[in-house]
Design a protein around this ligand. Structure first.
Ligand SMILES: NC(=O)c1ccc[n+]([C@@H]2O[C@H](COP(=O)([O-])OP(=O)(O)OC[C@H]3O[C@@H](n4cnc5c(N)ncnc54)[C@H](O)[C@@H]3O)[C@@H](O)[C@H]2O)c1
Ligand SMILES: O=C(O)C(=O)C[C@@H](O)[C@H](O)[C@H](O)COP(=O)(O)O
Ligand SMILES: [Zn+2]
Length: 366
């Protein structure tokens, strides 16, 4: 681990989050430090784009004198195609055929879709085996790999099946972002912006100062934004791991965002969808007198300065409303939204009138 590595601890059973450079080449040592006992077998579940890195990790961990008897690879479909139950079944088959036991380890290597799948496979195999997450996108480092929420999509909606299953360790190696496409980097940054709005306005200031610098992984501003986001997530999930209350704030922008992803048959980037969802939530808050015009408009200007979308076709409203009724924050027929009473002050809006929802949608309808 280099001197510049940041270690963020999470209260409870959740392992530490490491952020720095040159971490993946030291994974063996990091695992030895983090795990109470060495697993005999490791399954690395990885996205196709991470095949080379997965091979290198396998080689590193499979040293003849090392403690691991076998390191297996499971290459899974890319992006949201990984979050299907058939893919989990494919992984379960590998685990079954390898006689994988409760003392063995799963590693998730990829973006948020891969870490969500790896987390779910680990949560469900033998009712729970250990998982270490190695996120390789901005989004997965800032959000998905931290906190233990796992999620698989079904025909009816986003993340409808899953469990809370915390990782033993999260390794965020910034060097792996070098190969990430610019659109992925920017879409993923939407979750960082989310943390800015719900908890850390310094993120918003840094973006406003210089948007392109903020999303440049080589810059100090980017690193600061990422650290603030991970620290926010770590604090929130440490306090409320099972989403009984506080953790719902991490769903800012997600009620409409998930409905958009569903409507787009999961072909949209998650970050792009929640970007629109945050503007919608800001309009809900503005129209109900919680947020000022300036605070609501700040959502649009910041997200647009990064090139993120902030509007969606007007004709889609009835379908989106129907899908939002399956949101996990809903209680019976009552819809619930995370909104802001001010920047950095999230709260819950319960059972808003349909006319208010429609009016807010009109503000974002393109
Ligand atoms: N569990 C949580 O708390 C949580 C939080 C936020 C988002 N999510 C989930 O995360 C998913 C989105 O994650 P994402 O935006 O990381 O998308 P993703 O996992 O689909 O990855 C995006 C694309 O980037 C590629 N990629 C990944 N790392 C790369 C690298 N280093 N170099 C080159 N290409 C690379 C992938 O192959 C994929 O094509 C959604 O399914 C969302 O629901 C979960
Ligand atoms: O960790 C959380 O809690 C979140 O809500 C983080 C979100 O960014 C993430 O997209 C999450 O997967 C959404 O969860 P869901 O419960 O609404 O499916
Ligand atoms: Zn999200």
């Amino acid at each position: 681990m280099t001197e510049a590595t940041t270690r963020i601890s999470v209260t409870g059973a959740h392992g530490d989050v490491l952020l720095g450079t040159g971490l993946i080449p030291q994974l063996d040592t990091l695992l030895q430090d983090a795990l109470d006992d060495a697993p005999e077998q490791i399954l690395i579940i990885h996205a196709p784009s991470l095949a080379v890195v997965a091979g290198e990790v396998r080689e590193q961990l499979q040293a003849p004198a090392g403690p691991y008897r076998r390191v297996l690879l499971a290459e899974v479909p890319d992006a949201e195609d990984a979050k299907r139950l058939e893919v989990a079944q494919f992984c379960w088959q590998i685990l079954g055929q390898a006689d994988f036991t409760r003392s063995d380890l799963i590693i998730g290597l990829g973006g948020g879709a891969t870490t969500d799948l790896a987390g779910w496979v680990a949560a469900s195999w033998l009712r729970g085996v250990r998982v270490v997450q190695i996120p390789t996108t901005v989004l997965a480092m800032a959000d998905a790999a931290v906190g233990g929420k796992t999620g698989m999509n079904t025909a009816e909606g986003k993340n409808m099946v899953g469990a809370f299953h915390v990782p033993e360790l999260v390794v965020c190696d910034l060097e792996v972002l070098d190969s990430l496409a610019e659109n992925e980097r920017i879409a993923g940054f939407a979750e960082v912006v989310k943390c800015g709005f719900i908890a850390e306005p310094e993120i918003l200031d840094l973006i406003e100062e210089n948007p392109s610098e903020a999303v440049n992984p080589g810059s100090a501003a980017f690193r600061r934004c990422l650290e603030l986001s991970i620290a926010t997530k770590a604090r929130v999930v440490g306090e409320d791991p099972g989403e009984k209350g506080l953790r719902e704030i991490l769903n800012y922008g997600h009620t409409l965002g998930h409905a958009i992803e569903h409507s787009e048959r999961y072909q949209w980037r998650h970050g792009a969808a929640i970007s629109i969802g945050m503007v919608f939530a800001a309009e809900l808050a503005r129209l109900s007198g919680r947020l000022s015009d300036v605070e609501a408009d700040r959502h649009r200007s910041i997200l647009e300065s990064l090139g993120l979308p902030t509007s969606y076709p007007s004709g889609r409203w009835p379908t989106l409303l129907a899908t939002m009724r399956r949101d996990k924050k809903a209680r019976g027929s009552m819809l619930r939204f995370i909104v802001l009473d001010a920047i950095g002050k999230p709260s819950v809006m319960q059972a808003p009138d349909e006319s208010l929802l429609f009016a807010a949608y009109q503000e974002i309808a393109g």
